[in-house]
Design a binder for this molecule. Structure first.
Ligand SMILES: NC(=O)NC1=NC(=O)NC1=O
Length: 174
């Protein structure tokens, strides 16, 4: 898909295509649509991220709270979005044994208790061994810096999802 096609989309089509670039936050695509035309794919991506950066802390935490836990209830119930399902299975989180899954759920609960939002990480850039290690490490970070780290992970997820949608090479979208 090229940028001319993106710029020609009406509102409904744009939100249908880009509504889940940021997990369960179609509002962001709905807002970014009005800023077309986009000069290129990177410009489109930057508008998504600029919207996130301009939100008050409550809005940024709200974005994080829209993310399903890694190897959490939604994965067990099969209620993940298609994108999340693919990402979590690529990281090997759909085939954890009971002990590993329970450990991850315990760490997720501790993290959520400490920060008030779920642990978010770009699963496609990680794997089943690294996820709990990274979660345990970030559990000890300060809230301010952890909010920034978590939003950075949302942006990595968004970057990869946009690259998929636009048929661009993820590296090429830097
Ligand atoms: N809590 C999360 O990090 N969730 C997720 N990360 C991904 O890459 N996909 C998800 O669903």
């Amino acid at each position: 898909m090229d940028i001319e096609k993106v710029n020609s989309m009406d509102f409904g089509e744009f939100v249908d295509v880009f509504g889940n670039v940021i997990e369960k936050c179609p509002l962001i695509a709905a807002a970014v649509w009005s800023q077309r035309p986009f000069s290129d794919l990177e410009d489109l991506e930057n508008h998504f991220f600029a919207f996130m950066d301009a939100l008050p802390r409550s809005g940024q935490e709200g974005i994080l709270r829209c993310h399903p836990d890694l190897a959490g209830r939604d994965l067990q119930r099969g209620t993940l979005t298609a994108e999340s399902q693919r990402e979590q299975s690529q990281a090997g989180l759909t085939s954890l044994d009971a002990d590993d899954r329970q450990r991850l759920q315990r760490l997720n609960a501790q993290y959520r208790q400490r920060f008030g939002f779920p642990f978010v990480l770009a699963a496609r850039l990680s794997d089943r061994a690294a996820v709990p290690r990274e979660l345990a490490r970030r559990l000890h970070c300060q809230p301010e810096s952890e909010l920034r780290t978590a939003l950075g992970e949302v942006k990595k997820i968004g970057h990869l999802r946009l690259a998929d949608l636009l048929g661009a090479d993820p590296a090429g979208m830097e």
